[in-house]
Design a binder for this molecule. Sequence first.
Ligand SMILES: Nc1ncnc2c1ncn2[C@@H]1O[C@H](COP(=O)(O)OP(=O)(O)OP(=O)(O)O)[C@@H](O)[C@H]1O
Ligand SMILES: O=C(O)C1=C[C@@H](O)[C@@H](O)[C@H](O)C1
Ligand SMILES: [Mg+2]
Length: 213
Amino acid sequence: MSRPVPKPSPPLNPSARPPARIVLIGPPAAGKTTVGRMLSEKLDVSMRDTDAMLVAKWGTIGDLFLVYGEDGFRDLERQTVDDAIQELVRRPGVVSLGGGAILHPDTRAQLKHPSVIVVLIDIDAETVATRINNNSRPLLNSESATALDRWRAIVKERTPLYHEVASVTVTASNAPPGAVVSRILEAIASVHTKSYLQDLAREPEQTPRTENQ
Ligand SMILES: Nc1ncnc2c1ncn2[C@@H]1O[C@H](COP(=O)(O)OP(=O)(O)OP(=O)(O)O)[C@@H](O)[C@H]1O
Ligand SMILES: O=C(O)C1=C[C@@H](O)[C@@H](O)[C@H](O)C1
Ligand SMILES: [Mg+2]
């Protein structure tokens, strides 16, 4: 008669750091580019910024909005984000997205890839107020509202989408970029610990074995 014998699990090392595949999302001027660059240096991995990729390939963001409108801009942005995330899945790195990239449903679906950790950089309006007074963000330019009011309205509308795709949320309000990087590393460590504990809790595989083995 045979009875099941638990198969030994492979050793798990909780301190081993899994390869970093990190995507930064969040409101305009939250610090995705600045923090992403610093984070990639700290982790010694590559950094891609989808706004910078768009500009390098197609021209300034202001011109793209002028010529193609927001819908045309989003199509070009989607292609760029797709390239950046496919490359991230192939090789560890950090990708900073444009503030509105998560508006595209294909991007939200792609961000659910199991090896990608999506970090939402959260920030309050008071901290952002000092950062958005130039005219570099077309969606914040309006004749009928201040840049900060536009920012508030856009962020309110997008907040459910940011949270839909975020694996972790880190606040950047009143914190220098280095402190935001440390918060991200801590938050990511807790995601890895959680998945390690889930691995431990998983039932060991049962393999049939006979009495005389
Ligand atoms: N933690 C921080 N503390 C102080 N200043 C910051 C911090 N993070 C970013 N900044 C400054 O805020 C401005 C916007 O930062 P950054 O371009 O990194 O934001 P972003 O989220 O990438 O914006 P966008 O949505 O336009 O891509 C820059 O001038 C940057 O130097
Ligand atoms: O929030 C947005 O919709 C945008 C943010 C920037 O990163 C740029 O991608 C562009 O200005 C649009
Ligand atoms: Mg940026």
